[in-house]
Design a protein around this ligand. Structure first.
Ligand code: TA6
Length: 286
């Protein structure tokens, strides 16, 4: 069965490519697993809460309408990273056979009432997930279906599974302006190969190049984006991992790296009736 649907999740399986599948939880439209030829490409905490009571620790959480925590404005009373990952999305159906593609939708009626009250705007989100032979393509369409303008940020908070954090580098970020949340500083990235040897929490702004993740000198993921100009790189390392109850195993930081495509360094304003679209395509190279 190319598309299997349960009460809580949807699984796409490529009939002609053994072991190539993607599983999406309806809660948050959170991709939980992406396997290529039997090899898992995403990191999911073994302590992840999947019952809809909390954001999922791992896979690809979807951040909307705010990245992080705003200190002012209509999103300032929303939880960190907004409500999209805290809401149950609707499966709208299969929309293509090759690549094997399904679409999910979210509107005001789908989000928890308490959060709807905090952000009372009319909107529609359409989230499309396409499984290729060795690619995972996601597309987010944001629509203002109301009569007043509102602003948003969005990001795909992808937890990549990596062999060894000590052997990983990220390329494509040279000379990019950085907002570093660990050192609380701003600077231009001077390294051609960004390595991870402590807690990293950086927003790379306006990244023009394709970004790749390499392990032991070999590219393992290539990330291409449209309309997602920023890239967040996050690894919680030892202490922050310990401080997250759902981050398991505690040394899981050694085999994960978040490289997150987003539009977060500025706010995008949506006029009534306006539609906005962004895509991310991840290619597994090994
Ligand atoms: O994307 C990086 C980040 O903003 C970090 O600052 C850290 O908070 C991470 O997201 C996880 O956030 P969460 O709300 O999922 O615990």
């Amino acid at each position: 069965m190319p598309v299997e649907v349960t009460d809580t999740d949807v699984t796409l399986t490529r009939a002609d490519d053994a072991g190539t599948s993607v599983k999406i939880l309806l809660h948050g439209a959170n991709i939980l697993s992406w396997s290529v030829g039997g090899a898992e490409k995403l990191w999911l905490s073994s302590g992840a809460i999947l019952d809809g009571s909390k954001a999922v620790r791992g896979g690809v959480p979807l951040v909307f309408p705010v990245f992080g925590k705003a200190t002012s404005g209509p999103t300032s009373t929303l939880p960190q990273h907004g409500f999209a990952r805290l809401s149950t999305w609707e499966l709208l159906g299969q929309v293509a056979a090759e690549p094997l593609t399904v679409q999910f939708g979210l509107g005001p009626e789908n989000i928890p009432e308490a959060l709807r009250k905090e952000w009372p705007f009319d909107f529609t989100l359409l989230y499309t997930v396409a499984l290729g032979v060795d690619t995972l393509e996601t597309k987010l369409t944001v629509q203002n279906s109301g009569s007043v303008a509102w602003d948003f940020q969005t990001l795909l908070h992808t937890y990549f599974k990596i062999p060894d954090v000590d052997a990983v580098v990220v390329t494509g970020l040279t000379s990019v302006q950085v907002k570093d949340k660990v050192s609380k500083s701003e600077y231009a990235e001077t390294n051609t190969l960004v390595t991870i040897s402590s807690e990293v929490d950086r927003v790379y702004e306006n990244v023009a190049s394709e970004v790749t993740i390499e392990s032991s000198g070999k590219p393992i993921y290539a990330i291409s984006r449209t309309n997602l100009d920023d890239v967040v790189v996050w690894n919680p390392w030892v202490n922050a991992s310990k401080n997250m109850g759902d981050f398991k195993p505690e040394d899981g930081y050694k085999t994960m790296l978040c490289v997150e495509a987003g539009s977060v360094s500025k706010w995008t304003t949506m006029a009534p009736g306006e539609s906005w679209e962004a895509t991310e395509t991840i290619k597994a190279l090994l």
